[in-house]
Each structure stands twice: as structure tokens, then as C-alpha cells.
Design a protein around this ligand. Structure first.
Ligand code: MN
Length: 192
């Protein structure tokens, strides 16, 4: 798994973001992170560990716990595994300039949880097919979600949808604004 696109967009002498090293993770469970990012347009970056990197989607409206809400999630370049801990300010003039906080984090599994390697296989195949069914164990997001590619669309557009279970709710989860790492809230919700 290469991080060429990630590296091409960034100057690592100018941004505090992690560089493009691929880490061989030997963890027992796959991690997910959602970063709230006050770039030109506020969005939430939804990232799933797979193949030693973070597969990533930008979700303009953020996730919802309401199964009737389908949230657009545009696939973006893979990010390095170490990006899961990144919180800080991407300086003016750099790609994605603006503040980033870790809005939620935790582990995730496939619907039938197995070993790390078994899940890795299921997840990478599901990603290729454009249909991920996963269970999140986060602070804010819990329970099953689907992430499905809209094949008709020219952009790499997917839909992130909560599935019906005991964690489904009509409460607006984006009202929980603070970083789960530091308690910080974004000072500005857009950059510039
Ligand atoms: Mn972003």
C-alpha cells in the first residue's frame, strides 16, 4: 500500500501532519478515527484502518445516528496510520489548511468478528466491491454502519448510513463537539 497521493499533496517541512510512512500494524483489532476538520469547508474525515493505512472519506455533514439519514462520504486519498492521532493546525498555504481535532476514535469490526487477518481480508474485498458493513466501538459512534459506493456517480461518492440497532437515535451526534483526545473544540468552523 503506497501513500503517493498523500505525499504529493503535502510539504512535510511546512505541515505538522505525519509523513507518508506505511506502518505494518500487528494489532488485534482495526482502528477507526473521525477527525473534524475546519478546512475551507467544514467536514468530518472518516478513516478506517486497512492494509496498514487509513482508508479515508470526507463527510461534509458529519455522521448521523439516524438510519433515515444518508450522509455523503467522498473517498479521498489513503492516509498514514499515524494520522489517527493528528490534532493541530495545518498552516495557511498548505493542502487542507485549518484546524483538525479527533472527534471520535475506537475500534471497528466486521459483522461477524474474526481474527485481524480474517477481518482484513473481508474488509479489503468489501472495499473493492464498494460495500462495507461494519460495527463501530467509539465514544460517540457505536453500533453498525454501512458505507456504500454510489456506482452511478463519477466522483468517488459513497453513503454512510447508521443501521437500525440499539444505538440508533435521532439525537444529533455532531452536537457533541469536543475532541475525544483533548476536549478541544474547533475555534472556527471554517478556515479563512
Ligand atoms: Mn480533511
Amino acid at each position: 500500500m503506497k501513500l503517493t497521493k498523500y505525499a504529493e499533496k503535502r510539504h512535510f517541512d511546512q505541515t505538522p501532519e505525519p509523513d507518508a510512512k506505511v506502518k505494518k500494524k500487528s494489532g488485534k483489532q482495526h482502528l477507526f478515527v473521525i477527525q473534524k476538520h475546519a478546512a475551507r469547508q467544514l467536514h468530518y474525515d472518516f478513516r478506517l484502518e486497512m492494509e496498514g493505512v487509513l482508508k479515508s472519506w470526507a463527510v461534509p455533514k458529519g455522521p448521523s445516528l439516524d438510519p433515515s439519514q444518508k450522509r455523503l462520504a467522498v473517498r479521498v486519498e489513503d492516509h498514514p496510520f499515524d494520522y489517527k492521532d493528528f490534532e493541530g493546525v495545518i498552516p495557511e498555504g498548505n493542502y487542507g489548511a485549518g484546524e483538525v481535532i479527533v472527534w471520535d476514535e475506537g475500534v471497528y469490526t466486521t459483522l461477524e468478528a474474526g481474527s485481524f487477518q480474517e477481518e482484513e481480508k473481508i474488509l479489503t474485498e468489501a472495499l473493492k466491491k464498494g460495500r462495507l458493513e461494519i460495527i463501530l466501538f467509539g465514544h460517540k459512534l457505536k453500533g453498525s454502519f454501512s458505507l456504500v459506493k454510489m456506482h452511478r456517480d463519477k466522483e468517488d461518492a459513497w453513503l454512510l448510513v447508521k443501521k437500525q440497532d440499539e444505538y440508533a437515535s435521532t439525537e444529533d451526534v455532531t452536537k457533541l463537539e469536543a475532541s475525544v483526545k483533548t476536549g478541544h473544540k474547533l475555534k472556527k468552523t471554517t478556515h479563512g
